[in-house]
Design a binder for this molecule. Structure first.
Ligand SMILES: [Fe+2]
Ligand SMILES: [Fe+2]
Length: 448
């Protein structure tokens, strides 16, 4: 009986179980009024589904917006943190390094991705409370802490937590800022908490913070070696620092040591078999240009570019790999190159090239070597931001002959794939110089 069938389907729909069975009742052979009711129900379902779909889309958009707002706020607060670092040359890059070490310790300790992110965030902002310090605290002074300043110093975790307290998305990271100078034995500050009352994230950051303070030059001490720093941390484990966090950090350092010989994505490549300068002549590089070599790795191309643009030009070697930057600096000094600046920066988010606009951005195999997957998107966006209006973007692709150990990360991209990826970011393809199927240089210009 169609009536019975219709009733059952309507009951199902009312219970939230949508089915397409209703459509079977809209045919010519279904008697009225069942057919008309079935058609009306069918239309209703289509509309409900369309509305659900729209809602889902809006939720996605809201999530995106939320993410953007969060990122903008982090960027704003980080800018404040950087402004703070600018007053104090000794702690330049300190917040980023503490965030980086902290995140790695959290990973080794098996924390989930979200928790790791909160530790990083806490690391980035942990010393924001120093923003209210008087200038004397940032000028070199002989003794470690002149007595009058101690009170100011010990207030910075509380001041930091107060500054940040309205940023909901910081979640537990807010307490990490508040507790990063607490000690397991209760001799820390500002609240003298003991081990169980200090959040794990804060215990992790305390280790990362101490390590960075010990290994960098300070007004009152010369930076110690990594091994010495680890020894100091181990001696204080259980009292000054949380033992499991110190041991996790020892593992992080061990891994770093074995990775430090080669930058990510390094290894012998087809590019090494040709003359870099000859290859880059294809760029028709003008003397005096400003060039940014993004994801510069161990700097071979930065050095080649530096020679090509000559004394009047300028080259920025940008990478997030600190040991790579150290290597590039070493090459620059060795070869007496005066026109290069190295920048350790997250090339996906913020390349601090503010005073100069760039004529050429170079990215060698960066489109696929970078992790996480949306890093290439961020890097291309950064290229669009720092390039002059008529600036060019050069993508070099070459084949890895002797890849670094570990799982393969470089998936070869054809010139067409590269073109498609780059053009979707507001660039126009100009030409591709093909030397071999996977050894080529593609040139793009900024469109619009
Ligand atoms: Fe601090
Ligand atoms: Fe710190």
């Amino acid at each position: 009986m169609p009536e019975q069938q219709l009733l059952e389907i309507i009951q199902d729909i009312a219970a939230g179980k949508y089915s397409n069975d209703i459509m079977a009742l809209t045919g010519e052979d279904t008697p009225e009024p069942v057919r008309t009711i079935a058609e009306a129900m069918g239309m209703m379902m289509v509309k409900v589904e369309a509305r659900e779909y729209r809602l889902e889309m809006m939720i996605d958009e809201l999530k995106d917006l939320n993410r953007q707002i969060k990122n903008n706020t982090i960027a704003t607060v980080s800018t404040m943190a950087n402004a703070l670092a600018a007053r104090d040359t000794y702690t330049e890059g300190h917040a980023e390094r503490v965030a980086d070490y902290g995140g790695k310790i959290a990973e080794v300790m098996g924390l989930d991705d979200e928790a790791v992110e909160y530790v990083r965030l806490g690391g980035l902002l942990h010393d924001i409370g120093k923003i209210g310090f008087p200038d004397e605290l940032f000028t070199p002074h002989q003794k470690k802490n002149p007595p009058g300043m101690v009170k100011k110093i010990v207030s910075h975790p509380t001041v930091g937590a107060t500054i940040l307290k309205n940023l909901d998305f910081l979640g537990p990271a807010l307490e990490y800022v508040h507790c990063h100078h607490e000690r397991p034995d209760g001799k820390g500050y500002p609240r003298h908490l003991t081990v169980d009352d200090i959040p794990l994230g804060a215990r992790i950051l305390a280790v990362a913070d101490a390590f960075d303070a010990i290994t960098t030059d300070r007004p009152y001490q010369k930076g110690r070696s990594v091994d010495e720093a680890l020894e100091i941390l181990r001696e204080g484990a259980g009292q000054a620092w949380d033992q499991p966090c110190v041991e996790a950090f020892a593992k992080v350092l061990e891994t770093e040591k074995s990775n430090s010989l080669k930058p990510p994505g390094s290894g012998k490549s087809s590019f090494d078999l040709i003359d870099a300068e000859r290859f880059f002549h294809l760029l028709a590089l003008q003397k005096g240009s400003v060039v940014a070599d993004l994801a510069c790795g161990h700097g071979a191309y930065t050095v080649a570019l530096s020679r090509l643009v000559g004394d009047k030009g300028h080259v920025f070697g940008v990478d997030l790999w600190q040991n790579g930057i150290i290597l590039v600096d070493h090459l620059i000094q060795r070869d007496g190159l005066a026109n290069v600046t190295t920048l350790r920066a997250d090339i996906c988010k913020n390349i601090p090239i503010e005073s100069k606009r760039v004529d050429l951005c170079l990215m060698a195999t960066a489109l696929h070597d970078l992790t996480p997957p949306d890093a290439a998107v961020g890097a291309l966006r950064e290229c669009a931001r720092i390039l002059r209006k008529k600036g060019r973007l050069a993508i070099v692709e070459f084949q890895k002959i002797d890849p670094p150990p570990g799982p393969p990360t470089a998936i070869r991209l054809s010139p067409e794939q590269v073109r498609k990826q780059v053009e979707s970011h507001g660039f126009k393809w100009r030409r591709t110089e093909l030397l071999e199927p996977y050894l080529y240089l593609s040139l793009f210009v900024k469109s619009g």
